[in-house]
Design a protein around this ligand. Structure first.
Ligand SMILES: [Zn+2]
Length: 344
């Protein structure tokens, strides 16, 4: 047993086996049975769970209605929405979807400014110059891969859900069903690997990151998004923090632990951006209220879309201030595998 009377599983990031308990938690999203303790590594600050579900136990915490596994319509907006989407691709990501926006600096600047509000609708979209083979880890039913295929990418994916894999394959993507974290591909196979809200679900994120490094071509790009364990929301709402997602988030990162893990795996040009997401603040507040009305019985109930949009708009100014102080509750990271002459 460790110093706190817990088992001696060591920290995946720094190898320390000294943890301190932070909060008690349970599954508020799907109501799966069990109580868990969120613990913090005393050395690097990484958060994890006690007990931490084993890879064999994990599938029971991902019911069929788990959000990313639900089928989604292909992204084919019409009219002005389509025009704005294509303009955003061109102005912010370098695609050839609105040639007029690339004819002059002035046209580009105009298109860029006009589409700033839409940029966030395309999380972890790689720029056109990386175009080639992309692997989406935790691709769900393939909504993101649909988008990439339209933009000329060769699309590959991995997901834990057989139902989701079936849907993604039926849409023309090469997707395999694997336990999250297993990447059974050849060395130097991909130009880009993307993992959107995946790395925090993995039993051994360090090992998977090393594997991502292996399957990327020299010069290849890794794109990650995940919640931060160190933002304003965890400080305000503690155990009611929506993004703790007990027991599916096995590891919770800070900007520092994430950057450390990527550099240890061999990546260079590691960039981590921390920003706020109103959705997380609003749902954490709702968990907090429910927990105080009836402790231990809190369950996630989605807000109507229009109310979420209005609350998000109202919170934006406050959250921009939060971001200025680096206290956002989301992380986005990019990192490069060094070119061949350096890494071989
Ligand atoms: Zn640690």
């Amino acid at each position: 047993m460790g110093t706190d009377g817990m088992d001696q599983e060591s920290c995946d990031i720094c190898g320390s086996d000294a943890f301190r308990p932070l909060y008690e938690g349970y599954d508020r999203l799907h109501g799966c049975p069990g109580t868990f303790t969120v613990v913090e590594c005393r050395h690097c600050g990484q958060l994890t769970l006690r007990p931490r579900p084993t890879p064999e136990e994990l599938s029971r915490y991902y019911p069929a209605e788990y959000c990313s596994h639900m089928p989604q319509p292909p992204p084919n907006p019409a009219g002005v929405l389509r025009w704005l989407r294509d303009l955003t691709y061109a102005a912010h990501f370098g695609y050839d979807t609105a040639p007029w926006a690339r004819r002059s600096r002035l046209a580009h600047a105009f298109a860029w400014l006009l589409t700033i509000p839409f940029r966030r609708a395309f999380p972890l979209l790689p720029r056109a110059e990386h175009r080639g083979r992309l692997l989406d880890l935790g691709c769900g039913a393939g909504a993101f891969l649909d988008r990439l295929k339209q933009l000329g990418w060769e699309t590959h994916g991995v997901d834990i859900s057989p139902e989701a894999v079936k849907i993604a394959c039926s849409r023309g993507h090469r997707v395999v069903c694997e336990v999250l974290g297993d990447i059974a591909y050849a060395d130097d196979a991909f130009d880009v690997v993307r993992a959107n809200h995946v790395i925090e679900h993995l039993p051994a994120p360090t090992r998977t990151t090393e594997d991502i490094f292996r399957v990327l071509k020299p010069g290849g790009l890794l794109l990650l998004a995940l919640p931060s364990a160190r933002g304003l929301v965890p400080r305000l709402f503690g155990p009611c923090t929506f993004s703790l997602e007990v027991p599916r988030h096995l590891w919770m990162f800070s900007a520092n632990t994430l950057a450390f893990m990527l550099k240890q795996a061999g990546f260079t040009d590691v960039r981590v951006r921390q920003f706020s997401e109103p959705f997380l603040l609003i749902n954490s507040w709702r968990y907090f209220l429910q927990e105080h009305r009836a402790p231990g019985t809190c369950r996630y109930r989605p807000l109507p879309e229009w109310r979420m949009r209005i609350y998000s708009l109202l919170l934006r100014p406050l959250l921009m201030l939060v971001d200025l102080f680096g206290a956002g509750d989301m992380l986005e990271a990019s990192a490069l595998k060094p070119p061949e002459r350096v890494c071989r």
